[in-house]
Ligand binder design. Structure first.
Ligand SMILES: [Zn+2]
Length: 239
């Protein structure tokens, strides 16, 4: 079932590509990772990293509710500990939450023990906030190495990357985020956006919230359907 989800096997032969393989969102050398559906599929998955955040996660939830769209949130454990109420609000609104580590380190530079603690502490923080939740995991900065993938797999976590980058972390306007997305969408996509910031709680994500509103309107009018990562995986299995 994973065969056609994980594309890019051909790049394994390329030499000198190690750095790309370690951080490129669609690279597959270091292990299998979900990156979306085959090109042209009608589903699109919105994913938001680095929350929970105040007030922008709440504003985003309002936008998503207005469009009746469900998304997937990769949360930082220490923020979830700080504001479990926001995590509860996300889940109550019908969205999925996943693991984005406890403190958002670059896992490539961590020991196996540190990686395990990062992943387990985040899972526990989410458990304490909302109980049972998804087994989805996204590594900070998209960085991977074999140890990270092995440990995540041993903990039963499913790695989720993306194929469309909004570059919203340093965007100067919501329009620039929308343009970045429009350049890359081809159907069946996983979009990377941010409702929080890993450097500090409270990051301003107003541009992302506004861009989300317009992105949903635009692609819905083209017949696309917005789904969670789990829904996307299910539809991949039934294809
Ligand atoms: Zn992140």
């Amino acid at each position: 079932m994973w065969g056609y989800l994980i594309g890019g096997a051909g790049v394994i032969a390329a030499s000198g590509a190690a750095s790309y393989q370690a951080i490129g969102p669609t690279a597959q050398w270091y292990g299998r990772t979900f990156i979306g559906l085959p090109r042209g599929a009608k589903e699109i998955a919105l994913t938001y990293d680095d929350g929970p955040n105040d007030p922008h996660t709440f504003r985003l939830l309002e936008v998503l509710a207005r469009h009746d769209v469900r998304a997937t949130f990769f949360l930082i454990g220490r923020y979830a500990r700080q504001r479990p109420d926001i995590v509860q609000e996300i889940v109550k609104s019908g969205h999925a939450v996943g693991n984005h580590t406890f403190t958002h380190p670059a896992l490539v530079f961590q020991t196996a023990r540190q990686i395990k603690v990062e992943l387990e502490s985040c899972t526990r923080a989410l458990d304490d906030a909302v109980g049972a939740h998804s087994n989805l995991f996204r590594p900070p900065f998209g960085a991977r190495r074999p140890a990270v993938l092995r440990i995540a797999r041993d903990l039963g976590l499913l790695r989720v990357m993306w194929n469309v980058t909004g570059y919203d972390w340093n965007a100067k306007s919501s329009e620039s985020i929308e343009r970045n997305v429009a350049r890359q969408v081809r159907g069946g996509d996983v979009l990377l956006l941010h409702d929080g910031g890993h450097l500090q709680f409270g990051a301003d994500r107003a541009f992302t919230v506004k861009a989300t509103d317009n992105i949903i309107a635009r692609y819905k009018s083209q017949g696309r359907e917005f789904v969670t990562i789990q829904a996307m995986m299910k539809s991949a299995q039934s294809t």
